[in-house]
Design a protein around this ligand. Structure first.
Ligand code: SAM
Length: 482
């Protein structure tokens, strides 16, 4: 702990404790929007695995992959990644290659993450790889596990997974209880590693970053550059303040956010956004973000359940929507999304998925409040599918429909909002609307230079696009003036 504190002192940080929260990270000087507060390499990490996609264990790339001939489980994009991972993978390869085919199939990313955790601990304790103040197993030991708060079913699952890890490692002295506890630590401390556009690539354990607590109105954001985790300030953080990131998708209502935090992180959030709202505001917020639309298409009022339970009444114009009608549409949406859309999406059948999502969007437009999160998510799926199918104009129309919801549910500096402006700008540019593209790309840069910095290939590309769009717009303007 002393080593950690002195390493953090150089970075203008300190670890402290707060009642009801446990450890926390405090700033020992002022930080300003866009500044990197802390960055860390993963103690261990693994790429995601899906039936349609495999990733390199070194850099998470998806192309030019070759399977490790030893274990037949891990993939690399080339010798550079294979060599840099070799000290750890040599041990992993040895244990994985002893497994029969069936057992190898049960080696999920979470199991691999745990196996790698123990192997890395061994390598550090044998001094085969170095330890530092911010890269050692003691920091993993200090992570919260919440063992006494997790339910029986979860405990059984962790015990089964721990047993599999024991079988893989074949270390007689290993403690199953400790492995199970570490699975619980993963659940509330590991981070999903994403690319610059926030698409998930893998999972990593960053024990210093894991000291940072959650807020639904955070002053910082966690992004990734390759596998490095970077925490940047999105607001002014005065000296002595706690650094806070968001663990969850913050677009939902207070009830939804609190449930997500309780389910996975086992605490009740008391951030200003969660406690600020009074009971009625909370109900109104849920009715807008997760409720139904008024029968009158022109009315933007939110609906509350009538006391007789027979329907929902608009709080703006008083019109009542019948419960049966609402149930009917909701059932149709559910059937379409569960049975059909997900199947087509998982098999990569974009055209069919598009047809289904359009049907869902039509029903949700009829059913949900215009600021509904589920309607926004369906439009987001349509936008992605249409971009994949290169239907740019229609994609732009859906992108523009999502923007007012993004602006409502996210703070002005939020990576998802910045990325949505970016998508909008790119589409406008493809479609020749250069003036609008400049406006959208400028908004994207204003947000993303704070959340993502300006040094990554992704940001350099965005800044270049903006320059080109500006040059084109001024050329068009001067041609018009002549
Ligand atoms: C990633 S850890 C954060 C560091 C942790 N406080 C510690 O002592 O190591 C996540 C855990 O911290 C606690 N936590 C994080 N944010 C919190 C908050 N806003 N309010 C209360 N507890 C919080 C919860 O116990 C949660 O499961």
């Amino acid at each position: 702990m002393e080593d950690l504190q002195s390493a953090l002192k150089d970075r203008n940080m300190t670890v402290s404790t707060i009642a009801d929260k446990g450890r926390c990270l405090l700033a020992t000087r002022d930080f300003y929007p866009g500044e990197v507060i802390i960055s860390q390499e993963p103690y261990v990490c693994v790429p995601n695995k899906s039936s349609v996609e495999t990733r390199c264990d070194g850099c998470f790339a998806t192309s030019n992959l070759k399977k490790c001939s030893g274990c037949q489980v891990v993939w690399y994009c080339g010798s550079k990644c294979q060599k840099s991972d070799w000290k750890l993978h040599r041990l992993e390869c040895e244990v994985l290659s002893k497994l029969d085919k069936d057992k190898r199939k049960s080696v999920t990313p979470s199991i691999r993450l745990m196996v790698k955790l123990y192997l890395r601990r061994k390598l550090q304790s044998e001094k085969i790889i170095p330890s530092t103040a911010i890269d050692n197993y003691n920091l993993v030991g200090a992570l919260v596990a919440h063992m006494s708060d997790i339910n029986e079913e979860q405990l059984v699952l962790y015990a089964q997974m721990a047993n599999l890890v024991k079988i893989i490692l074949q270390w007689p002295e290993i403690d199953i209880k400790e492995i199970a506890e570490n699975f619980s630590k993963f659940a509330c401390n590991a981070h999903t590693i994403c690319d610059s556009e926030l698409r998930p690539l893998g999972t990593g354990l960053y024990p210093v970053i894991s000291i940072i607590n959650h807020s639904c109105l955070p002053n910082s954001v966690l992004v990734f550059e390759g596998k490095s985790a970077i925490v940047r300030a999105v607001q002014h953080i005065p000296k002595g303040s706690e650094v806070l990131i968001s663990y969850i998708e913050t677009a939902g209502s207070t009830m939804t956010r609190q449930k997500a935090l309780k389910d996975q992180y086992l605490f009740t959030c008391t951030c200003p956004r969660c406690v600020k709202l009074g009971q009625y505001d909370d109900v109104q917020e849920s009715a807008i973000l997760e409720g139904y639309r008024c029968k009158n298409e022109k009315c933007c009022g939110f609906l509350l359940r009538k006391t007789d339970g027979k329907g929902f009444q608009c709080q703006e114009c008083g019109l009542v929507r019948d419960m049966e009608e609402i149930k009917k549409i909701a059932t149709e949406v559910k059937a379409l999304s569960e049975d059909k859309a997900s199947k087509f999406c998982s098999t990569g059948n974009c055209q069919e998925a598009l047809t289904i999502y359009k049907m869902i969007e039509k029903l949700q437009t009829e059913l949900c409040h215009p600021f509904s999160i589920s309607l926004m998510q369906t439009r987001e799926k349509l936008l992605k599918l249409l971009m994949e199918l290169e239907h740019w104009r229609e994609a732009l129309a859906y992108c523009k429909l999502t923007l007012p919801v993004y602006q409502r549910v996210y703070p002005a500096v939020h990576p998802l909002l910045g990325l949505q402006y970016y998508t909008c700008g790119k589409l406008e540019w493809y479609l020749g609307d250069t003036q609008s593209a400049v406006k959208s790309l400028t908004k994207a840069v204003d947000v993303l230079r704070i959340t993502h910095g300006t040094n990554t290939a992704f940001m350099k590309d965005l800044l270049m696009k903006l320059e080109e769009a500006r040059a084109e717009a001024s050329y068009q303007q001067s041609s018009k003036d002549e």
